[in-house]
Write a protein that binds this ligand. Structure first.
Ligand SMILES: N[C@@H](CCC(=O)N[C@@H](CS)C(=O)NCC(=O)O)C(=O)O
Length: 94
């Protein structure tokens, strides 16, 4: 991948626990050495506070990955982390 992926994540960046969905995916990116940049979004349950996330991905939960090829990828964080670790971020999810 030439350009970095964008990890859209919540602003609770100090939480380094697998219970945090955003950290779960960020940890996988770090451990796999995949270049990424973080785009932080506020933490909130309202559609208003996540308007940009909804516009990008069609739903409001984070994390969301914006991949270099243009794919916007959101799934359960466990599934996202598994795909990161599988090395197939450059391809569309099956
Ligand atoms: N089960 C989902 C949970 C995702 C989740 O709750 N993400 C948090 C950020 S770490 C969020 O967007 N919370 C806002 C909300 O619940 O409305 C996953 O693992 O992906």
């Amino acid at each position: 991948m030439s350009e970095p992926a964008k990890l859209h994540r919540c602003s609770y960046t100090f939480l380094h626990t697998e219970l945090d969905a955003c950290w779960k995916v960020e940890k996988a990116l770090k451990e796999e050495g995949i270049p990424y940049e973080v785009v932080k979004h506020g933490y909130g349950k309202s559609d208003k506070s996540r308007a940009e996330v909804i516009e990008l991905s069609g739903q409001k939960l984070l994390p969301v990955l914006e991949l270099p090829g243009g794919e916007v990828y959101r799934a359960d964080s466990g599934e996202m982390a598994a795909r990161v670790r599988s090395g197939d971020l450059g391809r569309d999810a099956a």
